[in-house]
Design a protein around this ligand. Structure first.
Ligand code: FAD
Ligand code: AMP
Length: 478
């Protein structure tokens, strides 16, 4: 008789592979099905995050930031570099090496933990069975006590700008450009558009970002978004808000982009155009019609707070379900589900999921924004500390940005923290931990922070909540 697995997972992105390793650690017999193949048709683990998302984008962001530092920022330190050049193939090769190191690492971890990796496309059938079709067309049915769907997401495409992978590219194409475009257009000034636009801007492209919305980064705290707009303008990112792309045409090796703004049509010519208008769940052909699994109106697999679908013993986690499309949200959901399968009382705290934009400076946030609190009628207090008053940031010649702490007006409990500044991603994590422990702003204010560190800016923002900041003038109390 065929082997029965305790858990079969479809997808090996951060949601799927982390769940698989955790399940094995918990003593469950687990298989992970992945359809991604490398150039030699071998199974490629790691999903979007490792192959075409978080990791390769950060590799290029780091390389391009180092180049921009050498070119633009070292003179302030008294360092002159006669000639700085960027070798794009070498930069891409470094990125590819990191990707293969990490994806190979997952294969090693699967082996070490006893996870069975199965190459092929999975489909959930009724009764928690999974049909797997490999790239040669052979079909096998896996019998499982539980199924976890972790099929992820794909870039959204829009009719006015169809991807041709030559002139009009998506985020995946933007990670493999072999030369620096002279003029680069980016549709969408969201997280991915800003990160990829920044990479190529730093390497010398003239970058124009066309964003349909009138507001810049509406999901971020309004004060941080304003600060970001100022900083990006200084960096030469030409961000045009209220600009909706309605047509593109490739001619004479250029992309002609037509967009409307304030009721008028405008045209721009670019060497390359990145379409970064968001991602959608990869939920088609994932389950049979009698499986019991359902989709919500936006195509996400419908799940409750514990990531249970409407089919018994079938769960879904990560980008394929509601919520932030972030790798760490995906992996924590995966861990929660397998822990519950193993009989533990696990739950996911969606209020404490940080999000980051890896521009320079970084933008990072956790909890509620000032505008959300206003809309909800919640009384709050804020404390803001500028990096311009941080000794460590000044020493590094990297002092753009602010830390903004928000606490409940009555209880002082931290409700959110919003940072734009050097190492914001790592700084916000301190507040995530504080929030997980139900900390008040005063708790952080009473904590000893090392000197000189960027973390002191978090401390000062917490102090500023009650007008107690030391290194900046406090707002006068009325
Ligand atoms: P995915 O990573 O998409 O993995 C899903 C996997 O399932 C894929 O390998 C796919 O091949 C496989 N699959 C799908 N259907 C089937 C099937 N039927 N059978 C078998 N296998 C299947 N997030 C962050 O938190 N931080 C970042 O800095 C960040 N940067 C990003 C940069 C870019 C350019 C992009 C595109 C995304 C970025 N993200 C980032 C988002 C992050 O990549 C996703 O949130 C994360 O990968 C979601 O994980 P997942 O496991 O749900 O899905
Ligand atoms: P994100 O979801 O953070 O990746 O951001 C994608 C952005 O693309 C959103 O802010 C959308 O408003 C924007 N967008 C979507 N369609 C268009 C379009 N046709 N022209 C310009 N911007 C667009």
């Amino acid at each position: 008789m065929a082997e029965k697995y305790d858990v079969v997972i479809i997808g090996s992105g951060p949601a799927g592979y982390v769940a698989a390793i955790k399940a094995a650690q918990l003593g469950l017999n687990v298989a992970c099905v992945e359809q991604w193949l490398d150039d030699s048709d071998s199974m490629q683990l790691g999903g979007t995050c490792l192959n075409v998302g978080c990791i390769p984008s950060k590799a290029l962001l780091d390389s391009s930031q180092k180049f921009a530092e050498v070119r633009d920022n070292l003179t302030a330190h008294g360092i002159s570099v006669k000639k700085s050049e960027i070798d794009i193939p070498a930069m891409l090769a470094r990125k590819d090496q990191i990707v293969s190191q990490l994806t190979g690492g997952i294969a090693g971890l699967f082996k070490h933990n006893g996870v069975t990796a199965i190459s092929g496309t999975g489909k959930v059938l009724v009764g928690a069975k999974v049909e797997v079709t490999d790239n040669k067309g052979s079909v096998q049915i896996l019998d499982a006590s539980n199924v976890i769907i972790a099929a992820g997401s794909v870039p959204v495409s829009i009719a006015p700008a169809p991807i041709d992978n030559e002139y009009i590219i998506d985020s995946t194409g933007a990670l493999v450009l072999t030369e620096v475009p002279v003029r680069l257009g980016v549709i969408g000034a969201g997280v991915i558009g800003l990160e990829l636009g920044s990479v190529w801007r730093r390497l010398g492209s003239e970058v124009v970002m066309l964003e349909a919305l009138d507001d810049f980064l509406p999901m971020m705290d309004i004060q941080v978004a304003k600060e970001a707009a100022k900083i990006f303008k200084k960096q030469g990112l030409d961000i045009r808000l209220g600009a909706r792309v309605i047509r593109t045409e490739v001619k004479n090796n250029k992309v002609e982009v037509t967009y409307t703004s304030a009721g008028t049509e405008h045209t721009e010519l670019f060497d390359k155009l990145i379409v970064a208008v968001g991602r959608r769940p990869r939920s088609e052909d994932l389950f049979s019609s009698d499986s019991g699994v359902t989709l919500d109106e936006r195509g996400f697999i419908y799940v409750n707070d514990n990531c249970e679908t409407e089919a018994p013993h079938v769960y879904a986690v990560g980008d394929v379900v509601r919520g932030l499309m972030l790798a760490h949200k995906a992996s924590e959901e995966g861990v929660m589900v397998v822990e519950r399968i193993a009989g533990k009382q696990a739950q996911m705290n969606y209020d404490c999921v940080p999000s980051v934009i890896y521009t320079h400076p970084e933008i990072a946030a956790v909890g509620q924004t000032e505008q959300e609190l206003k809309a909800d009628g919640i009384e709050y207090k804020t404390g803001v500390f500028p990096f311009a008053a941080s000794g460590r940031a000044l020493a590094a010649n990297d002092s753009d940005g602010i830390v903004k702490m928000i606490a409940d007006a009555e209880t002082d409990r931290i409700l959110g923290c919003h940072i734009i500044g050097p190492s914001a991603a790592d700084l916000v994590q301190q507040v995530v931990i504080a929030m997980e422990f139900g900390s008040s702003a005063e708790d952080l204010a009473l904590t000893v922070f090392g000197h000189p560190t960027l973390s002191e800016a978090v401390h000062e923002a917490a102090l500023a909540v009650d007008g107690q900041a030391i290194h900046v003038a406090n707002r006068k109390k009325r």
